[in-house]
Ligand binder design. Structure first.
Ligand SMILES: NC(=O)c1ccc[n+]([C@@H]2O[C@H](COP(=O)([O-])OP(=O)(O)OC[C@H]3O[C@@H](n4cnc5c(N)ncnc54)[C@H](OP(=O)(O)O)[C@@H]3O)[C@@H](O)[C@H]2O)c1
Length: 207
């Protein structure tokens, strides 16, 4: 399990656009500290972070990638730039929230988009997740209609999947494990100009 020396996992969100801000709201609601980073000087989005809550910490990309668990909330095409921020991602868990919409499958060498992303983050443990909800829905309190909004998770690393499932629950969501990236990941990814079967569904679990 990814943990800093003090045995408490640290979190970062890379990308502070629609999805990055929606995720930040979930951390703020829960009172959990999370770093947020873009390509820009953290000062430039400090007021936007403060407006979400005091636990949202603007940082440089180089600082933010020191976290144990890193949400990748950039456009699919930007993921190699983020991956270059560290020589190795060993010991880190990357949550791939990207959708490779409009990217022809042949550009991915026939791989599910999440496996393609995983290749760039050498040594890291990748979990595909949180990508099936549009940002405006993801930003809302996941406690709805007496149930909890669902997030789908897929990973080739069972430990990482369990870690992100626990985090999802702490953030108020109901995680559903879909198995490996080549099976479950394909159900929740954009493929070329089409969407996986479970994508953009407004699902809530009652239990
Ligand atoms: N929008 C949705 O409803 C939705 C739903 C599900 C999944 N997604 C997926 O989520 C991802 C983000 O979508 P979005 O709508 O949030 O996009 P967005 O609003 O355009 O935000 C993208 C963010 O990424 C940052 N960024 C770009 N390149 C970067 C880099 N190399 N390093 C660090 N930060 C970088 C941008 O900041 P600067 O350019 O200022 O540096 C910006 O804050 C996409 O892959 C999308 O497919 C979106």
């Amino acid at each position: 399990m990814s943990k800093s020396k003090n045995n408490v996992a640290s979190y970062a969100i890379i990308g502070f656009g629609n999805i990055g801000r929606a995720l930040a709201k979930a951390f703020a609601r829960n009172g959990t500290e999370v770093s947020v980073a873009t390509t820009r000087d953290p000062e430039s989005f400090a007021s936007a972070a403060a407006a979400i809550g005091p636990t949202i910490i603007p940082q440089t990309l180089a600082e933010a990638v020191k976290a144990d668990i890193i949400f990748l909330a950039v456009h699919f095409g930007s993921h190699p730039d983020v991956a270059r921020a560290l020589p190795t991602w060993q010991g880190k868990t990357i949550v791939d929230v990207t959708n490779a919409y409009g990217v022809p499958p042949e550009k991915l060498g026939g791989l599910p988009s999440s496996r393609f992303v995983a290749q760039a983050f050498t040594g890291g443990r990748l979990v595909k997740g949180f990508n099936h909800l549009v940002a405006a829905v993801l930003a809302q309190d996941p406690a709805v209609h007496g149930g909890r909004r669902v997030v789908f998770l897929a990973s080739d690393d069972d430990g990482a999947a369990a870690e992100i499932a626990t985090l999802s629950e702490n953030l108020g969501f109901s995680p559903i494990q879909l198995g490996g990236l080549s099976e479950g990941g394909l159900l929740v990814q954009a493929r070329g100009n089409s969407w996986g079967k479970l994508i953009f569904k407004d699902l809530v679990r009652f239990d």
